[in-house]
Design a protein around this ligand. Structure first.
Ligand SMILES: [Ca+2]
Length: 82
């Protein structure tokens, strides 16, 4: 499976997770820090503002990269892929 990478930086630097799994709550050092994502998998990635897949969410499609808007910067607390 090709990786999904989430980054602290807004320019795909500062790797926080490589090939993440379903994550209802990111640990403290990674919570509310994601600023960019590369989804190089065949799955959709749905990211949530709150723990346990709650609150606002958006999706990053297969083989897409994403840079957080001001609204979403340092806000993601969990994600799953499907
Ligand atoms: Ca959050």
């Amino acid at each position: 499976m090709d990786p999904i990478c989430v980054f602290d930086g807004s320019d795909f630097t500062g790797l926080l997770e490589n090939n993440p799994v379903w994550t209802p709550a990111l640990p403290a050092g990674k919570n509310d820090r994601i600023s960019s994502i590369i989804n190089d998998s065949d799955y959709r990635l749905r990211v949530f503002e709150d723990n346990n897949y709650q609150g606002a969410w958006i999706e990053i499609g297969p083989h897409q990269s994403w840079v957080a808007s001001a609204e979403w910067d340092n806000r993601i607390s969990g994600y799953f892929m499907y």
